[in-house]
Design a protein around this ligand. Structure first.
Ligand code: N01
Length: 558
């Protein structure tokens, strides 16, 4: 932590930097702290929002809260911070996580070096100077040796272009662009489009307030109870005493949690034995059912069906109307191959008299938005408010919209038209000195995000420190290493059931997006991926080439 508050001139007045970081969420904040305070580099952050927080700044819809246990959904790089911060619940609400990030911004004195309200619209690499020029929508032009994208994986809203969208006379909100002063649903007829993790959190909350709620479902979700609540103070105390151990375990784990698959096939168990295990995970709540289930769940359709059957029975026993229960039951994708939504009274909400389900398969898909509501299956549903919970152009969307141009004017968004091409999900051939934190083809969204964020930030920082020590001007992934990485990402996932769902992991939620698995499901999870990245560095950054400083290149300042 810096001892004195910075009184340096506002970052906005400088135009030349060692590093420009794009985004001030979990990743951009830690990246700034690492480069500025640990390496003493001249770094700035451009942030589109008017405050820190990223995801937690934008996603303010009712019910928004974290799906990861709070004791691991936080920074772990600072031992004192781990001891001093206290979470109020197992899964904190959006405003509490935002308060935490605000606290971190203050604690590490980050704000003087964050330029708020500025969206990066272009970043161009100059082959001669080997510098990046970054432009914002506010007219800023700045240069830097390094550009680091810290834009999150789920930050570009997917707003389907329904026919007649603009004709709607009521109010319409995408969940990730929620008004800061909230939305009052009292006495309103509300329509929610979508039933993913966001909608599963929002629907029970909205149903409590609205006069009538209509849920427009395209694909039903397998839900597991979150089981939020207060954490026993003794448990919190024990965790605080064991943070060194926790940190090590989550770093070495498969998904960045203290969860591991059961080393057993579900098909080898008796019905009684597995029912007991399922009950245990169901009662525990959270991601156990998804990420600590029998080890063949993601590999064998037969095994997956046994596990899915338990969840389907839970839906039938919770929802009173068997017809509605049938509509809410997933049938066309293996369990776990879409992101696991965690719920608090989601299925129970469909027992309320003021809640109606319109299922695309049985009642008819959305045909158009009308001035008075939504038309689906030839029927118009009158509405005062539409909540668009249709998710994101995941992983590639946020990077593609930055206007990145690499060596020789190549355009990243064009080169990724058929899907992302990266090395380790952190670098791209043809784009020297560009790093992506939790980029496509890295574990990112298949892990507890802060764990993967810290790993990338620390790896990138060490790489830049190495370049400074060795007087190197540029680092660039080779196209051979990139191709091999892409093939490896595909090979690993093709051995699983993950490609069998129309998920946003596959880019299948966006019309026209090429179907390609976007994150990296390493055979040994985030632990194995971390070891792979460390090995690359130990071998002199295998798969990368460096350019030494010449007279034209500005050295990395200390
Ligand atoms: O988005 P989604 P989300 N017409 O894409 C439907 C994270 N998150 O915002 O399944 C009609 O999952 C779509 O249908 P289908 C988490 O990683 C984190 O809910 O594509 N419907 C689906 O039902 C999560 O996975 C937390 O057929 C359309 C829904 O809209 C990710 O954010 C909390 C449609 C979109 O679901 C995204 O979740 C909440 C169309 N044209 C979320 N297009 C944390 O805890 C889409 N849909 C941190």
């Amino acid at each position: 932590m810096t001892s004195a508050k910075r009184s340096s001139p506002a970052a906005a007045t400088k135009t030349n930097f060692d590093a420009i970081i794009i985004g001030a969420g979990f990743s951009g904040m830690y990246m700034l702290h690492s480069l500025r305070d640990k390496l003493d580099l001249n770094a700035t952050v451009f942030e589109a929002g008017d405050g820190v927080g990223g995801t937690w700044y934008w996603n303010r819809y009712p019910g928004a809260r974290c799906d990861s246990d709070s004791y691991v959904y936080c920074y772990t790089f600072d031992k004192n911070l781990l001891q001093e911060w206290n979470w109020s619940e197992r899964y904190p609400e959006q405003d509490e996580i935002l308060r935490y990030l605000e606290h971190c911004a203050e604690r590490f004195d980050l704000k003087p070096d964050i330029q708020f309200g500025k969206r990066v619209v272009e970043a161009t690499f100059d082959d001669q100077t080997q510098l990046w020029t970054v432009r914002t929508d506010k007219g800023d032009v700045a240069t830097a040796r390094f550009v680091i994208t810290a834009v999150g994986a789920l930050s570009t809203a997917n707003i389907p272009q329904f026919k007649g969208f603009n004709s709607f006379k009521g109010k319409c909100y995408h969940t990730s662009q929620w008004p800061h002063d909230g939305v009052d649903f009292t006495a309103k007829r509300v329509g929610v489009i979508g039933t993913g993790a966001t909608a599963v959190q929002a629907i029970p909350e909205i149903a409590q307030q609205a006069k009538h709620l209509t849920v427009f479902q395209r694909t039903p979700a397998f839900c597991v109870p979150a089981r939020n609540g207060n954490v026993d103070p003794e448990v919190t105390k024990a965790r605080k005493a064991d943070y060194d151990g926790i940190r090590q375990r989550i770093k070495d784990s498969f998904f960045g949690f203290e969860l591991n698959f059961m080393p057993k096939s579900v098909l080898e168990t008796t019905p009684e034995e597995r029912e007991q295990e399922f009950d245990r995970m169901w009662d525990t709540g959270g991601f156990s059912f998804w990420l600590a289930n029998y080890q063949d769940m993601f590999f064998s359709k037969e095994a997956n069906d046994v596990i899915a059957d338990y969840l389907k029975r839970k839906i039938r026993s919770t929802v009173n109307d068997p017809v509605v229960a049938g509509k809410l039951t997933p049938t066309n994708y293996p369990y776990g191959t879409k992101r696991q939504p965690l719920d608090t009274n989601y299925f129970e909400t469909f027992n309320k008299k003021n809640v109606e389900l319109v299922d695309a398969n049985t009642d008819g898909a959305i045909e158009e938005i009308t001035p008075n509501g939504i038309r689906a299956g030839s029927k118009e549903y009158p509405l005062d408010i539409i909540v668009v919970a249709t998710g994101f152009d995941a992983l590639t969307g946020p990077v593609k919209q930055l206007g990145i141009k690499g060596r020789g004017g190549r355009v990243l968004a064009e080169e990724w038209a058929e899907g992302p091409q990266t090395y380790l999900g952190v670098a791209v051939a043809g784009y020297p000195n560009l790093f992506m934190i939790t980029g496509p083809q890295s574990p990112s969204v298949l892990s507890n995000m802060p764990v993967s964020i810290e790993q990338h930030v620390e790896w990138i920082s060490e790489c830049i420190a190495h370049m400074r020590r060795s007087k190197l001007a540029a680092i660039e992934a080779t196209s051979q290493a990139q191709e091999a990485w892409g093939a490896h990402v595909a090979e690993v996932v093709n051995a699983t059931l993950m490609t069998g769902a129309n998920s946003w992991y596959m880019g299948a939620n966006i019309e026209g997006k090429v179907r390609r698995f976007l994150p990296y499901l390493g055979p040994e999870g985030v632990g194995g991926y971390r070891r792979k990245c460390a090995e690359v560095a130990e071998k002199g950054y295998e798969g990368f080439v460096f350019t030494a400083h010449d007279q034209t290149a500005r050295p990395i300042a200390a």
